[in-house]
Ligand binder design. Structure first.
Ligand SMILES: [Zn+2]
Length: 246
């Protein structure tokens, strides 16, 4: 029974983690949350940001959606249901986070459905294609510029280029771009390979994702970074020159 599993898990949490960290929960209840990081991740059940980053409650403000996508800002704002944009706005404007991490991942079903397009078994779903279309331009560019590459390589290229597309879209929110330009907010483009258990981050100097080995990394975007350095087109250009090393 899957639900029994949840209730057993909650019981274990209450007697174990909660009991051990009661002071933390008391402090978070009293003082409220003050996370320094917003993470935009995928809804995929295999990529849990809290587990992958081993963070504690209160440390990570998280928004998860299909394929870890950030839509472009809408000006003037309309009355549609911009769930991801609302979460980003709250994290940046109300909580004042200092970092935004977009965490894409390998074997992403949302990206795969975008890559497959009309061939996808989900092509006639009501909402999926219009959501993943946020990265349609990126998908089309990868398919056009990397002809003859194996399907898994194309999928990885779209997964990674889509993360950069999301970082570019983050910069379309005025109050977010202002903070990046003021040096109070730093943006990161990450991609997680669950098979290897490895993390990659986009390195603007190299124009590609490189494996993160220690605790230091180069941000994708910070004050003074040229926006052109993190454009998905740049990654595709690099990948067209040589295939990824992973
Ligand atoms: Zn995914």
């Amino acid at each position: 029974m899957p639900l029994r599993r949840l209730l057993k898990g909650f019981n274990d949490f209450r007697l174990g983690y909660f009991a051990e960290h009661q002071d933390l929960f008391e402090r978070l209840s009293r003082d409220g949350q003050a996370p320094k990081i917003l993470l935009v991740g995928c809804a995929d059940a295999r990529v849990d940001p809290g587990i992958v980053t081993q963070t504690r409650p209160g440390e990570l403000f998280t928004v998860r959606n299909v394929a870890a996508l950030v839509p472009p800002a809408q000006y003037p704002p309309d009355m549609r249901h911009h769930g991801t944009s609302a979460a980003i706005e709250f994290a940046v404007r109300a909580l004042g986070v200092e970092h935004v991490v977009v965490l894409g991942h390998a074997l992403c079903g949302g990206i795969r459905s975008l890559v497959d397009g009309k061939e996808s078994v989900y092509a006639d779903y009501d909402y999926l294609a219009s959501w993943t279309a946020i990265a349609q331009g990126v998908r089309d560019r990868v398919v056009a510029e990397l002809p003859g590459r194996p399907a898994d390589e194309i999928a990885r290229a779209v997964e990674q280029a889509s993360v950069l597309n999301s970082v570019t879209n983050l910069m379309s929110f005025r109050w977010l771009a202002e903070r990046v330009e003021a040096g109070t907010l730093v943006l990161h483009a990450w991609w997680f390979n669950m098979t290897e258990g490895s993390l990659y981050a986009f390195d603007p100097a190299q124009g590609r994702f490189s494996q993160v080995r220690g605790v230091e990394l180069v941000p994708a975007m910070q004050a003074g970074s040229p926006l052109s350095a993190v454009r998905p087109e740049r990654l595709v250009e690099t990948l067209a020159g040589k295939p990824p090393a992973f």
